[in-house]
Design a binder for this molecule. Structure first.
Ligand code: PTJ
Length: 261
């Protein structure tokens, strides 16, 4: 692809940079073409949400990080092509800060892509990555080869963080008895609806907040982590996400303006 530098002054700089990362990820064999389409759907929902991290997302991020710490050593961060292309640095930082492994787990799985994504994460400093070399098992309820997971990773985990994920797998993980936290900009999606903890936010924004949250929660007593998890109400969080979209649309419908000239 021809080199094109997006000027920092561009009003949509952040969004365009994320697109570039995905396109580069596609060219490097990390991202599938379907991942580019998935990103577009995410962008549309991000517009509706006003492209910011809402209070309801922070609540979900707090619960997700509390869960990752509480369920250690049986927690894991599942990484697909889009996540690896968009936020390799943040994923590695979170994995290192929490001492929780990353597992490359793909919807459109090929061994070559698993290996590439793993190498990509290692190039960003990941020390705990599962994927190509692990002892394998099959997640019940998912057709081959999508259900291939690592025995010492997702298969035996009690808590799984997923992002930009297909609904089928979230459902299969839930059926396998795992607590699932999901990052998904679309609160209507199967993943958003099926997860125990739904972070309705853009992946890179959510991970930045998760890192701050990790710093705060790492030394929190287990009893408090448990309390955060027990008092968390995903229905309420999802309802707030729908309401945020509704309020923004109502305001736009009343005024006909969303960008002040
Ligand atoms: O790398 P693979 O093989 O595992 O495949 C990855 C894709 C993304 C192709 C696969 O998981 C897929 O098809 O996902 P879906 O069913 O299109 O769902 C993706 C969801 O993530 C949609 O609800 C999008 O709105 C949402 N989404 C897209 N980009 C982002 C996002 N959510 C948060 N942050 C984003 N940047």
């Amino acid at each position: 692809m021809a080199e094109f530098e997006i000027p920092r002054s561009h009003p949509r700089y952040v969004s365009l940079k994320l697109r570039e990362r995905l396109v580069k990820g596609f060219e490097d064999g990390l991202v599938v073409p379907q991942g580019l389409i998935a990103h577009g759907r995410g962008e549309a929902f991000d517009y509706l949400l006003g492209e910011k991290t809402h209070e309801f997302a922070l609540k979900a991020i707090e619960a997700a990080v509390a869960g990752l710490i509480y369920y250690k050593p049986r927690s894991i961060i599942s990484v697909n092509g889009n996540m690896a292309a968009l936020a390799p640095d943040l994923l590695v930082q979170l994995s290192e800060a929490l001492e929780i492994p990353l597992e490359v787990n793909l919807f459109y799985r090929t061994e070559e892509r698993v290996r590439r994504i793993e190498e990509h994460l290692r190039a960003y400093g990941a020390k705990r990555v599962l994927g190509s070399q692990c002892r394998r098992a099959r997640l019940p309820g998912l057709e081959s080869p999508r259900g291939i997971v690592c025995v010492d990773g997702i298969y035996s985990a009690n808590f799984v963080l997923v992002g930009i994920e297909d609904g089928d797998r979230t459902e299969a993980l839930r059926k396998a008895g795992k607590v699932v936290a999901a990052v998904d900009l679309n609160p209507f999606s199967r993943t958003a609806q099926m997860a125990d903890i739904t972070i309705v936010d853009e992946l890179t924004r959510a991970l930045k907040e998760a890192l701050k949250m990790a710093e705060r929660l790492l030394n929190t007593p287990r009893s408090e982590l448990k309390e955060i998890l027990e008092s968390y109400d995903n229905r309420k969080v999802l309802a707030s996400a729908f309401k945020a979209i509704l309020d923004r649309l109502t305001d736009a419908a009343n005024r006909g303006v969303v960008i002040e000239p």
